[in-house]
Design a protein around this ligand. Structure first.
Ligand code: ZN
Length: 266
C-alpha cells in the first residue's frame, strides 16, 4: 500500500448517503467501470466508516476516484495518488493538468488540503491481485477470509491517506521532520509519532502494528485506530471525532505484518 504521487481519474459518480450526523464529513466516490457491485460496496463501507469517524463538517470538493489498474510488479496491493492543481476533462474520463502540461504543484505555495477543489484523489487497486482473486471484498460484518488480502482493510488504509494522512498535504507536512534517519517524525501539539522515510510513503513503520503500516498480511483485518491514526488527523486538521466509546476499534494482531515486497513470494 505504498503511495506515490501521479494523477489520472473519472467516470460514474455515486453520491453516498451520510453514515453519521448531518454535519459529518462528506466524501463522494467515482468508480471506474471495471469495479463490480461487490467491490464498490466494500469500498463504500470503508467510506461510510470514515464519514462517521470524522464528524467535522468537511466536504470534499471533488469525488475520490477508485480504479483497478496494473500497478506493476513491485508487489503493491494499492496506492493513493493525491494531485494538486489538476482540472477534470470529463469527456476523456481523465483528469489532466491545466494547460495540458506541467503537472500538479497547485501554483506558488498554495496549500494542498483534502477538501480543496484543486485537489484530486485517486485510489488504485492493483489489477494483478484483483484478477488473481487474491483480495476478499467483504463488508465489516463479513468474516475475514484466510489466504486473501482484506480489501476492506486496504480501503480503510487508502482512505486514511485521502482524508489527510499524507505528507503531500500542507498541514501534515508542516509537522513532519526527516529525523531520526532513515525515519521521519510527526510532531503534534503534545505528542510525536514515528513515520517511515519519504521513500516508503507516509506510513507507520511496520514494527508498530497499525492500519497505516506499509505492509499487510493475508487474512488480516485492521481498523482505524485512535492512536496514532485519528490522533494525527485531529492534530493536523482540527478534525473532530465521536466520543471514543462510540467507536469500535479492533485489536491489531502483533503477528499481522509483513513487508510489502514479500507479498508476491508468499
Ligand atoms: Zn499507504
Amino acid at each position: 500500500m505504498k503511495c506515490p504521487i501521479p494523477a489520472a481519474l473519472g467516470a460514474i459518480v455515486l453520491a453516498l448517503a451520510l453514515a453519521g450526523p448531518a454535519s459529518a464529513m462528506v466524501m463522494t466516490a467515482t468508480f471506474d467501470s471495471n469495479y463490480t457491485d461487490a467491490e464498490q460496496a466494500c469500498a463504500q463501507s470503508a467510506i461510510n466508516q470514515w464519514q462517521a469517524t470524522i464528524t467535522s463538517a468537511t466536504t470534499f470538493a471533488n469525488s475520490v476516484r477508485f480504479r483497478i489498474v496494473d500497478l506493476g510488479t513491485m508487489g503493491i496491493l494499492a496506492s493513493t495518488s493525491i494531485g494538486s492543481g489538476y482540472a477534470p476533462l470529463m469527456a476523456e474520463g481523465e483528469w489532466l493538468p491545466p494547460g495540458g502540461g506541467g503537472g500538479g504543484g497547485g501554483g506558488g505555495g498554495s496549500a494542498i488540503t483534502p477538501w480543496d477543489s484543486t485537489t484530486f484523489i485517486t485510489i488504485d487497486l492493483n489489477s494483478e491481485f484483483v484478477d488473481a482473486g487474491a483480495l476478499a471484498f467483504g463488508g465489516p460484518s463479513d468474516p475475514v477470509v484466510g489466504g486473501k488480502y482484506d480489501a476492506l482493510t486496504i480501503f480503510r488504509h487508502e482512505l486514511c491517506h485521502a482524508v489527510g494522512f499524507s505528507a503531500t498535504y500542507t498541514d501534515f507536512a508542516a509537522k513532519v521532520t526527516p529525523v531520526p534517519d532513515p525515519y521521519r517524525t510527526y510532531t503534534g501539539t503534545d505528542f510525536t509519532v514515528e513515520l517511515t522515510g519519504a521513500a516508503d510513503g507516509t506510513h507507520i513503520p511496520d514494527a508498530t502494528p497499525d492500519l497505516m503500516n506499509v505492509g499487510l498480511a493475508e487474512g488480516v483485518r485492521k481498523d482505524i485506530s485512535s492512536d496514532p491514526d485519528l490522533k494525527v488527523l485531529m492534530d493536523a486538521y482540527g478534525y473532530t471525532t465521536p466520543e471514543p466509546a462510540t467507536l469500535a476499534f479492533v485489536a491489531i494482531g502483533l503477528a499481522s505484518v509483513v513487508a510489502a515486497r514479500r507479498r508476491r513470494a508468499a
